[in-house]
Design a protein around this ligand. Structure first.
Ligand code: PGA
Length: 254
């Protein structure tokens, strides 16, 4: 059985409502014939407007959420608010959240549970730093992040999960992992999910690669057997480069 292919953009803290609408309107005709799913994680303020112009072709989501459904948490946002605004998915555990905002896997685990309860598809991001890779800890770090972020779940609860392998040293640096290095890490992630939850989930779980994905390298990355799509930061901010990356997706659905 083929796995779902997902081309996801992560806009981070870029684009106003008007810019987001203009982008989505320009992107729709460029991706409407594709078989791959096209996801865009936009700023909170742009979710509703982006959904309004995305039609059936682009899936709009958010980049973060709180782990409880409401409360006195100034400046935070709840999953059910995102859902109401029209978000279908949420990025969780992005390395910028882990490193700049101090999120750890146990918090990400709570957010993941809440996201599923709120009907949002979680895109769980994991990845090692340069120092960890140099020290030969990549496998252990990935396993630890996956295990701790998915603690307490059962396989049937994770049917909608998407995993994103994003080596921290490749994010925003122009230093993409080679297809071989990325594939090796994806295999580690998939076998970890297999060990924890069984082959049925591991075989269908989409695992995306993220970190300096560009039109020039997207195709060779997605040609790897365990790379089911990409999570794109910088190159998702321009319609043409993101559309080119989306067009590089292989047809894998059965
Ligand atoms: P990048 O970002 O494509 O700009 O490296 C990827 C990400 O942060 O998800």
């Amino acid at each position: 059985m083929g796995r779902e292919t997902i081309i996801a953009g992560n806009w981070k803290m870029y684009k106003t409502i008007d810019e987001a609408m203009e982008f989505v309107q320009a992107l729709v005709p460029k991706v409407s014939g594709l078989e791959a799913s096209v996801y865009l994680a936009v700023p909170f303020t742009a979710i509703r407007s982006a959904v309004g112009v995305s039609g059936d072709h682009i899936v709009i989501g958010a980049q973060n959420m709180h782990d409880v459904s409401e409360g006195a948490f100034t400046g935070e946002i709840a999953g059910r608010m995102l859902k109401e605004a029209g978000a279908h998915f949420v990025l969780l555990g992005h390395s910028e959240r882990r490193q700049i905002f101090g999120e750890d896997s146990s918090l990400i685990c709570k957010k993941l549970r809440r996201a599923l309860e709120d009907g949002l598809r979680p895109v769980l991001c994991v990845g090692e730093t340069f120092e960890q890779r140099e020290a030969g800890q990549t496998e252990a770090v990935l396993q630890e992040q996956i295990k701790a972020s998915l603690a307490g779940f059962e396989a049937h609860q994770l049917e909608r999960l998407v995993l994103a392998y994003e080596p921290v040293w490749a994010i925003g640096t122009g230093r993409t992992a080679t297809p071989e290095i990325a594939e090796e890490a994806h295999k580690i992630c998939r076998s970890c999910v297999n060990e924890l939850f069984g082959a049925e989930l591991a075989e269908v779980l989409p695992i995306l690669y993220g970190g300096s994905v560009k039109p020039a390298n997207a195709q060779e990355l997605m040609a790897q057997p365990d790379i089911d799509g990409v999570l794109v930061g910088g190159a998702s901010l321009e319609v043409d480069s993101f559309a080119q990356i989306a067009s590089a997706a292989p047809v894998t659905m059965s």
